[in-house]
Write a protein that binds this ligand. Structure first.
Ligand code: F6P
Length: 483
């Protein structure tokens, strides 16, 4: 099989360049080992009429990476607009933050259609397409429209919210109808899958039986595939990185105090405001813990042109200054706040130095930082993970200290518990979590998904002939204008 993996963001392939986003880091070993071709955005835009859409195709282990310049005229409406100001807030159950311009959906569909045309270059008789994430919900429908009959699967890295929240997304019926062109739709958790099924059954009156829904496209299978990490690779990374000069400097700078670490994109779904409040609360209620622990918060700026993100960046900077000003000492800083990205290798080393990993999103599809923190620990002296109940990872990592991130006092208490936890309990919890990680690696995730895709595709062919809708889906072509 010739696997074509598609995502908006792709890995940075220079070894020490920061890699933003769990998805990009997670897919890298899959592509390197499977020999797949990975197609995504180059991060640059150009005139949509451009004849040669791929300025760069590079080798990536056994596979290849193809980066496409997306069309300039609809990029803003696609990325900042529909994907990140309508879908992202809705998918993270923040309908209050939905902001859309009239033409955003049209731009989103145009970029999906553009990518579909670009993918034809990689189509072979035995191709299978694996589309990733909320940027390309309608890409399968566009490929079908171009006559692609091969297996097309989709995996959603974010949560899928309750039906009522989805209703806040403009054009939700058209969009979710288009998703049914996929043979297989994968979710991170049962809850996400159930929410999607509830939407189909209630809103579209489509019954779902044994995880299969039949639409005008034929049968689509809905299933859960919790994403994992490259456990052995990351463990080795962390052990090697422990000797890196920057990691040594971090360790020495603590002067025997403990370190908690948080690593997040600056995003309202990550619970960063609550986390800083929790540390403020901890140092206020338990002043004896001052100097015993500080937080290293790595907060990578993201989507800064969107108002909600710009506001959050400013708010966080103010909060950190305030907490450090009130609790800090001339030779101790409560929160070390670094607003930039680091390579996976450096992060692995930092995780290993930290006795506490703080992963407290308000809502998260999986959160691979939680898994990476666990995998990076020194087996003879592992740290403790404080994990939000509302991260998909909490389903597997139930040996972490699970917290409600809205309960500031409970988060502060969990951090204090983590700081004081004796080695036998830390080891017990860590071993239980490592067992889960080893049972659900990224390699298994991709093998399971691809096997299920082949199965769903052949089941679909046996059941119903492809039935491409007679009417062309709205907004599927064109340069960003409503038809
Ligand atoms: O699933 C969420 C995701 O696609 C992750 O890969 C990553 O955390 C983030 O979104 C990337 O967002 P952006 O490409 O906008 O920085």
């Amino acid at each position: 099989m010739n696997l074509v993996v598609v995502s908006n963001r792709v890995a940075r392939i220079k070894p020490n360049e920061p890699m933003t986003g769990g998805l990009a880091a997670a897919l890298l070993p899959v592509v390197e080992k499977s020999g797949a071709i990975w197609v995504g955005s180059s991060g640059r835009v150009r005139d949509g009429a451009q004849k040669e859409p791929f300025p760069r195709i590079e080798a990536l282990g056994n596979g290849a990476l193809a980066m496409v310049d997306l069309p300039a005229d609809c990029y803003g409406g696609y990325y900042e607009g529909f994907a990140n100001s309508a879908l992202w807030p809705a998918l993270h159950s923040r309908p209050d933050l939905i902001r859309v311009a009239a033409e955003d959906y049209s731009s989103y569909r145009s970029v999906n259609a553009f990518m579909a045309r670009a993918l034809l270059r990689f189509r072979k008789p035995d191709s299978a397409f694996w589309i990733q994430d909320y940027h390309f919900l309608a890409l399968g429908a566009e490929l079908r429209e171009l006559g692609v009959r091969e297996p097309i699967g989709f995996f959603l890295h974010t949560p899928w919210p309750e039906r009522g929240v989805v209703l806040g997304v403009p054009n939700h019926r058209d969009l979710i109808g288009a998703m049914l062109a996929y043979d297989l739709i994968g979710f991170q958790t049962e809850e996400d899958c159930d929410n999607f099924i509830a939407y189909l059954e209630t809103e579209m009156r489509l019954p779902v039986q044994n995880g299969v829904v039949v639409s005008r496209y034929g049968a689509s299978r809905l299933a859960v595939f919790p994403i994992g990490i490259d456990v052995e690779g990351f463990t080795q990374h962390a052990a090697r990185a422990a000797a890196h000069p920057d990691v040594t400097r971090l360790r020495q700078s603590l002067h025997g105090a403990k370190l908690a670490i948080g690593v997040d994109r600056i995003d309202y779904s990550k619970g960063l405001v609550n986390r800083i409040d929790a540390f403020d609360h901890l140092f206020t209620r338990r002043p004896e813990l001052k100097r015993c622990i500080s937080l290293l918060q790595i907060a990578t700026p993201s989507r800064g042109t969107i108002e909600a993100y710009g506001r959050l960046q400013n708010q966080l900077a103010r909060m950190v200054t305030d907490v450090n000003g009130r609790h800090g000492e001339v030779d101790w800083t409560p929160i070390r706040y670094l607003s930039k990205g680091f390579s996976q290798t450096m992060l692995a080393g930092f995780y290993r130095v930290a006795q506490v990993g703080v992963v407290t999103p308000l809502h998260d599809g999986m959160n691979l930082v939680a898994k990476e923190y666990v995998a990076a620990q020194n087996p003879s002296d592992p740290g403790v993970l404080v994990l939000s109940k509302f991260a998909g990872a909490a389903n597997e990592l139930d040996a972490a200290l699970l917290v409600n991130p809205h309960d500031i006092d409970a988060v502060a208490r969990a951090i204090a518990t983590a700081v004081a936890m004796p080695l036998p309990e830390r080891s017990l919890r860590w071993n239980a979590m490592m067992k889960k990680l080893r049972g659900g690696t990224i390699q298994k995730w991709s093998t399971d998904f691809v096997a299920a895709l082949e199965e769903a595709h052949s089941a679909r062919n046996q059941r119903v002939d492809y039935h491409i809708p007679a009417v062309r889906p709205l907004y599927s072509m064109g340069a960003g204008r409503m038809p």
